[in-house]
Design a protein around this ligand. Sequence first.
Ligand SMILES: Nc1ncnc2c1ncn2[C@@H]1O[C@H](COP(=O)(O)OP(=O)(O)O)[C@@H](O)[C@H]1O
Ligand SMILES: [Mg+2]
Length: 292
Amino acid sequence: MSTLPDSATAVPAAANAAGEPGRETLLSVRGLRVSAADGSELVHGVDFEIPRGSAVGLVGESGSGKTLTCRSVLGLLPVGVEVTGGEISLRGTELTALPAAEWVRLRGTDLAAVFQDPASYLNPSITVGAQLAEVLRVKTGLARRAARSRAVELLHAMGLHRPEHVYTQYPFELSGGMLQRVLIAVSIAAEPELLIADEATTALDVTVQAEVLELLAELRRDRGLTLIVVSHDLAVISQVCDTVHVFREGSIVEAGTTRQVLRAPRHPYTLELIENHERFGIDRVRKQRSQR
Ligand SMILES: Nc1ncnc2c1ncn2[C@@H]1O[C@H](COP(=O)(O)OP(=O)(O)O)[C@@H](O)[C@H]1O
Ligand SMILES: [Mg+2]
């Protein structure tokens, strides 16, 4: 019998529904192949489905193809790298065939992403509030004054204290965790359906990392945001995700519910990932998961 308080054992409705039959697929990736300019293949036929409202983890060591997979979905592959096979479909629309302009529109309204180094996505000489308000004006057509108050609201919703003050601050005045919250605000400004967080908490210390992950979980719970969380760190994935896909050398070697994969990994590589785990926390998460 579980001794955890109700609040700790209560699973949000969205998490309960994850993976249940009949749940609508938001994004489907089938047989995705990605190759470099010299013809060498970097991603070797990757398959996964993202149900609407779910949180799906992509885990694997550095260089295993997680970022190229996500950038394929976003239409943001590095120069010379291209999709050479497979299909990526968002609500039934095939993305790889889209003209570039259409993809730009999708990235504004349906797809969004946050990456590891938030400072590099902000202009150092403009206040974070003005930058967020500008994104709101461009992407949602709000007038200047309305964009400003919406920006303050969003900063508040991102868990930033004294949002009016934060609005007036420059990027260098904010900590890494605060900057990542600002970037999350920027990325969800146009209310996308899918947010890809690629190593978004990797540079943060463990406590701040957990807080930012909690924010992502909250956005999912409260706004129905669908999440793809990418990390080399299984503990990160296990904090937020219902299901996990394990990448190794450009392929997915194992997939399943997070609980299943953590408790009874089937692939030796997954076991290795769990065993090599140096970060404090994963044992606790595994225990909590096994009590549910
Ligand atoms: N622009 C590029 N040109 C050639 N190879 C690349 C490029 N970007 C990434 N790669 C290679 O593709 C593989 C997968 O990279 P990536 O998707 O970034 O891995 P991960 O995000 O899992 O760390 C790696 O071997 C990497 O060296
Ligand atoms: Mg990466």
